[in-house]
Design a protein around this ligand. Sequence first.
Ligand SMILES: C[S@@+](CC[C@H](N)C(=O)[O-])C[C@H]1O[C@@H](n2cnc3c(N)ncnc32)[C@H](O)[C@@H]1O
Length: 277
Amino acid sequence: MSRWWPALTAQGLGWILAMFIVRELEPAWQGTVLEAGLAGAWAALLSHRLREPAWRSPMQFAFSVALYAGQHSVVPPPLWAGAFAISMLLFGGGLTGRRAPLYLTQARAVDALLACIPENLDGVCLDVGAGLGSFLLQVAPLRPRLTFRGIERAPLTALLGDLRCRLRACGRIGLGDLWHADLSEASVVYAFLSPEAMEALWTKAVQEMRTDTWLVVNAFAVPGQTPERSERYGDGESEVVYAYRLPGPGRAAGRADPAGARPADAAMGSRRSSAPR
Ligand SMILES: C[S@@+](CC[C@H](N)C(=O)[O-])C[C@H]1O[C@@H](n2cnc3c(N)ncnc32)[C@H](O)[C@@H]1O
């Protein structure tokens, strides 16, 4: 089933509820921005109740208000078109396929990342879905033996990220689709994507990466695989970095984790496991 239905349901029900409430209790709000704000508040709440990702609630609110602004010509049409184009160039990378929107590797994840990226490793570290370069900028100075590169699908994001990384000599980010990237040269692939992407990424990494190279992932564990190491960097369920050692092309796809360890369980188990060397 399409994943759009919860978003549409929240937005549609939000407007129905707002229009009903305004008609019954506050007719003076009809057709005003207050009615749109009420619809947005309902849509945000419903989005949360439908277990949509947290970032969708503010988007639902903004969408209702934007609908009002669009209808009442508050914003001139060329401005809408410009804002839409810029949004697509910045955030478009996460809209299709295995949806991985733009959010950034946080500074507090850096220690966990360093614990998962062996210090004595040479070669290329590739950030697949590099965004604005937050991973490269924070980790490249601390792992000088590695050459850092990134690949990013959203054009404006790739351009800005590449500029930031080049200015601080932290590697390069190229425009492209990670699913068409060649991972065979990488000693480490870093991914901060989405739950939907992890299984396919693992399959791709196993097919292409050399034996004893590393897939390091932020927040979303690979289903059914036991990480060599995992490191927490916060109390949230997804605030974990996982390091998987690759078996090499043509080998078995890693050790299966029969319990299908949830992120938090895996992280706790990992504290007993040894650091990657
Ligand atoms: C969660 S962000 C991570 C950004 C960066 N790695 C960081 O840690 O700060 C995910 C990024 O992956 C990009 N992305 C999603 N699908 C992609 C694909 N198929 N190829 C390349 N980039 C992709 C999105 O545009 C987004 O910028």
